[in-house]
Write a protein that binds this ligand. Structure first.
Ligand SMILES: C[S@@+](CC[C@H](N)C(=O)[O-])C[C@H]1O[C@@H](n2cnc3c(N)ncnc32)[C@H](O)[C@@H]1O
Length: 262
């Protein structure tokens, strides 16, 4: 089982669903074109691509999420290919896809250069690539920093020995360079995504109770540290709240990267 199968990623998938049509607009699928959605999760992007006529392959490391995605598309009468695997090794032949997409999924690869090379390999010469990544500031960055600090405190070290720095998916220049090394010209622009919840407490609790990444951290640091962290993050979430009626609203910045082989 992938740790992404823990809890209920579905809740987060609903919150980030508005990014899926943005990515589809960037690749402009034409009926019958083969399209690969990397790290497809519960199928937000796969569904939009299928509705627009593409022949969809959904790829993800988490078997349960793949099943959810398959069921969602089947309910609308779409048959797609569903493939489990790792973003660093794409089990597809060269030039297999006209379209490659990923909505906040490619950013989880453990090997960004290798994934970029693989994308360039499976994409056809006239193909289109589009994916999203978080801008590294604001609420998500603060929460990520706090969770990293909690894990480090729990294990008594700042960074695990031998760990490489993760690729800077929030850095436009780094993204362009990563893909240009593999013959892909990529353009990057910033977009916004509004997250809405019933309250700051609701959002904080949903992350701690349901999000696979947070639940995986719970296993690592233990119940007591996890509950302490939950208390510490609540005022942070509240501090980022843009709503003034007791509900929660936050405008997340993200990068939309789109490109083609040159
Ligand atoms: C934030 S979710 C995004 C899911 C989906 N694209 C969406 O828009 O909701 C990240 C996804 O990446 C997948 N994932 C993470 N690391 C992976 C890896 N190394 N190989 C394949 N899939 C991976 C997870 O299983 C999860 O579905």
């Amino acid at each position: 089982m992938s740790h992404w199968d823990k809890g209920s990623y579905e809740v987060t998938a609903e919150q980030i669903a508005p990014a899926a049509p943005v990515v589809a607009d960037a690749v402009e699928p034409v009926s019958g074109q083969p399209a690969l959605d990397l790290a497809c999760g519960t199928g937000n992007e796969a569904l939009i691509l299928a509705r627009r006529g593409a022949e969809v392959t959904g790829f993800d490391g988490a078997p349960r999420l793949l099943s959810v995605a398959e069921e969602r598309l089947r309910e609308e009468g779409f048959e797609a290919q569903w493939v489990q695997g790792d973003l660093a090794e794409l089990p597809f032949a060269d030039d297999s896809f006209e379209i490659v997409t990923s909505v906040f999924g490619l950013i989880f690869t453990g090997n960004a250069p290798r994934s970029a090379e693989e994308i360039a390999r499976v994409l056809r010469p006239q193909g289109r690539l589009a994916f999203t990544s978080w801008v590294e500031d604001g609420l998500f960055k603060t929460m990520q920093d706090m969770s990293k600090a909690a894990v480090a405190e729990s294990f008594g070290q700042a960074t695990p020995e031998g760990a490489d720095a993760p690729f800077a998916w929030g850095d436009e220049v780094a993204i362009r360079e990563l893909f240009s090394e593999h013959g892909l010209m990529v353009q990057v622009e910033q977009r916004n995504l509004v997250i809405e919840e019933d309250s700051a407490l609701g959002l904080n609790d949903r992350w701690f109770d349901l999000h696979p990444i947070w639940l995986t951290m719970k296993d690592a640091i233990g119940e007591d540290s996890y509950e302490k962290l939950r208390e510490e993050t609540l005022p942070i979430v509240e501090g980022y709240n843009e709503a003034d009626d007791g509900s929660f609203r936050y405008t997340l910045k993200y990068l939309l990267s789109e490109g083609s082989p040159v």
